[in-house]
Ligand binder design. Structure first.
Ligand code: 3IO
Length: 348
């Protein structure tokens, strides 16, 4: 018995010796990716289902990172709230429950005051412009809200429109109607007189199905990606405000990355914002066609006179936001002016 154990121990010792001698040779020969070292694995959490745009951009980013780091980094993606949900994304990343997380800032309007100013009714025309404006605004102000994380990129949706089970043609139609939105978009619905119901997009399919809400206010690609067109047979074209998103990384994890990997991720920041905005804008067009042709959704265009009435309801929203920002010792006027300037710069 004792003898047998001694033989086993000797065997293990021999194996260790052999591998210690062999290892440098393997590394020298350059076998395996990047000198035989284990890849750096990063977990990336996302809240909505895989086919939706926040997850499409996540998969695109994963591919680019893995390609550009030559396999030195592997990204494991978790769509559908399997690692972190819509409302605990930021705190979950700060706590290290995920290395990376994608969040919609509209779900915590009081937490991301400066970046959420992009969802004031300032006329951001599309997702590409919105994304570049948002990212520039972040870089300019470096808001305290992001102190505990590394921001990898930011982007926005296309402007929001009303999708509903009943037609909304006038302000009288929207009055008291149960519609779902969040953040800046929710303020708009309220101003139009809707009964605004707040919840993340990921909770919306169930709310629609159970009849808790009669529709929603968001970018139109969700008609196809969430199949909302199957129940919402009306879309009222308001093209009002965007929803802003951020992709953040745990700060300790970021600091632990080799410089060359950090350079790859930083190099992707602007590119990813533009890619996602462009993808969103194209996908919205596709979803509109699909909704019209395959789902027979009626797209309601407001008359000039009607639209003027709707717009008139929104004029005080920005002024109120500026006053609130000032109360929090933030330069509200300047933030709004900067967004307008960045809009002109990026929509040219
Ligand atoms: C959104 C969120 C998750 C998946 C697809 C989406 N399209 C637009 C949004 C914006 C949003 O977060 C919202 O709540 O309307």
């Amino acid at each position: 018995m004792l003898k047998k154990t001694a033989v086993v121990i000797a065997g293990i010792f021999m194996a260790m010796l052999v591998s210690a001698v062999m290892l440098p040779t393997i590394a020298d020969a350059g076998s395996g990716q990047d000198s035989g070292q284990d890849p750096i694995k990063l977990n990336y959490a996302n809240f909505p289902p895989a086919p939706t745009f926040p997850c499409v951009q996540m998969e695109h980013w994963k591919e680019e990172v893995e390609k550009r780091t030559n396999g030195k980094v592997v990204i494991n993606t978790f769509p559908g709230g399997t690692l972190l949900g819509a409302k605990n994304m930021m705190d979950g990343v700060i706590a290290g429950q995920a290395d990376i997380g994608c969040l919609c800032m509209a779900y915590q309007p009081g937490r991301f005051v400066i970046t959420n100013a992009t969802s004031l009714p300032l006329g951001l025309p599309d997702a590409k412009t919105g994304s570049l404006v948002l990212l520039d605004l972040y870089k300019q102000y470096k808001p305290d809200a992001f102190k505990g994380v590394k921001v990898l990129t930011m982007f926005t949706t296309a402007p929001a429109n009303i999708m509903s089970k009943v037609p909304v043609r006038t302000l009288a139609d929207i009055k008291g109607l149960d519609l779902r939105a969040s953040g800046g978009a929710a303020q708009i619905l309220k101003a139009w007189g809707a009964n605004q119901v707040g919840m993340p997009m990921s909770a919306t399919p169930e709310a629609l199905q159970k009849g808790v809400v009669k529709g929603l206010f968001s970018s139109l690609e969700v008609m196809k990606d969430f199949k909302f067109a199957e129940t919402c047979k009306y879309a009222t074209v308001t093209d009002t405000v965007i929803y802003p998103f951020a992709v953040v990384m745990n700060i300790d994890k970021w600091n632990s990355l080799p410089k060359d990997v950090q350079a790859v991720l930083d190099g992707l920041m602007d590119e990813q914002a533009e890619w996602t905005g462009t993808y969103m804008d194209n996908h919205v067009k596709e979803a509109i066609e699909w909704s019209k042709e395959k789902q027979k959704v009626e797209f309601i265009i407001l008359s000039k006179e009607e639209k003027a009435e709707w717009d008139a309801k929104l004029t005080s929203i920005t002024d109120k936001w500026i006053a609130d920002a000032k109360a929090k010792k933030l330069p509200g006027d300047k933030i709004v002016e900067d967004i307008k300037m960045l809009k002109d710069k990026h929509s040219k």
